[in-house]
Design a protein around this ligand. Structure first.
Ligand code: MG
Length: 395
């Protein structure tokens, strides 16, 4: 006898959109020295040889069900977003239309397996998977009228400490002024970007510490720009300024180098923003190569974010989620998961992006006086507004 019940709902369509998040100043700050835009609107930061875009972009998806529920997902769309869109439209869509949207993790694993032996378990492929995963969790929450945090076992925290990420000004006086202006608004944790530190790491720490006082926490994002030897020397030089942590010090592939940095530095090492899965976390955590784990929801989706955070927790490591450029959809998903975890001590706040595009989402998600307020609506807790829909292009 077949006891298997028919699903109550079915996925009927998947739509993919490019979202424009235009800003006057490029991410991290104005272009410097020989940095020039390509004909396609990209430029390379000299300090870390990495490509960025003049205008910010995001990739948003809408998954529709037979019962009329719409799930929203979002992934990283800053560079060559059509590659990610194509994976969803030309491959995933054909394998998820008709399925039960509540089979979230099963669908995630099935899609992951499709191309794993060919080596597609990261990069654009997994970004596409992250968008689908977030949208399906959103449908799950909307189906049972609960926020995702509830589905994951319950929100431990309604508010999550937020740190000010990046000080996108061209000179150090202005960067100090910007940091102090946020301190006056109730934020006392900061991170500066080494590629934009015009006077070098030592001066940046010295002047920020002087401007912000002894109680502020100050971290440095090294943007993978130094060798292990240089990193150890630099970190130990600024010890007296009591740095909070150092992010992404060396090339991401160099696990042994990271381990060496971690062992010989006087401060905590934070990594994880470029990881897609727990396998990348495992390779570093098992080698005791880092102390702080930074999963990025736009790359991991909810399913893998949880796996990475739980692996970190099992190894007594703290999690400070990364938050890249987006409309607020994956940020909400990141807060939903973070609210359930015991080892999340802070969360990145892109102060130059999130408040600018607040009108793109309808939600009670806010970030003020040093804290994010976790959204309480069903699903991930945000929906695009008409204003955002005007800036969405179907791909
Ligand atoms: Mg970073």
């Amino acid at each position: 006898m077949n006891t298997k019940q028919e699903p109550l709902d079915k996925i009927v369509d998947v739509e993919i959109y490019h979202v424009s998040l235009e800003q006057k100043t490029p991410y991290l700050g104005p272009l410097i020295d020989n940095e020039k835009a390509s004909t396609l609107g990209y430029f390379v930061r000299e300090a870390n040889r990495t490509v960025y875009a003049l205008k910010n972009h995001s990739l948003v998806i809408r998954v529709l069900t037979e019962n009329g529920i719409e799930g929203w997902g979002e992934t990283y769309g800053l560079i060559a977003h059509n590659a990610t869109a194509s994976v969803i439209r030309d491959l995933f869509k054909g394998f998820i239309v008709g399925r039960n949207p509540l089979d979230v993790v099963t669908i995630y694993e099935d899609l992951y397996d499709l191309m794993r032996v060919r080596g597609y378990f990261g990069g654009f492929y997994h970004d596409a998977l992250a968008a689908v995963d977030i949208a399906l969790w959103d449908i799950f929450g909307k189906t049972v009228n609960q926020p995702i945090a509830q589905l994951l076992g319950g929100a431990r925290n309604k508010k999550i400490p937020a740190y000010i990420s990046g000080l996108p000004e061209a000179d150090i006086e202005k960067r100090c002024e910007l940091a102090v202006s946020w301190q006056k608004k109730g934020f006392d944790t900061f991170k500066f970007a080494l590629p934009m530190a015009s006077e070098g790491m030592y001066e940046e720490f010295r002047l920020l510490r002087e401007a912000l006082g002894n109680d502020a926490s100050i971290a440095c994002d090294m943007h993978w720009s130094k060798s292990p030897g240089e990193t150890i020397e630099l970190i130990n030089e600024v010890r007296k300024f009591k740095p909070w942590f150092f992010e992404a010090p060396i090339k991401p592939e160099d696990v042994n180098g990271l381990r060496q940095v971690s062992k010989k530095s006087s401060s905590q090492i934070a990594v994880g923003e470029e990881w897609r899965t727990v396998y990348e976390a495992k390779a570093r955590i098992d080698h005791q190569a880092c102390q702080i784990i930074q999963p990025e929801m736009a790359h991991t989706g909810i399913t893998q974010f949880m796996r990475i955070a739980m692996y970190a927790q099992a190894h007594n490591l703290v999690v400070i989620p990364h938050a890249t450029i987006g409309s607020g959809i994956f940020l909400a998903a990141s807060l939903q998961v973070s609210a359930t975890l015991q080892n999340v001590i802070s969360h990145e706040f892109q102060h130059s992006i999130f408040p600018e595009f607040k009108h793109y989402i309808s939600s009670d998600m806010i970030c003020e006086s040093g804290y994010y307020h976790v959204p309480t609506m069903d699903g991930i807790g945000v929906n695009p507004t008409d204003e955002m829909k005007k800036n969405m292009t179907l791909l």
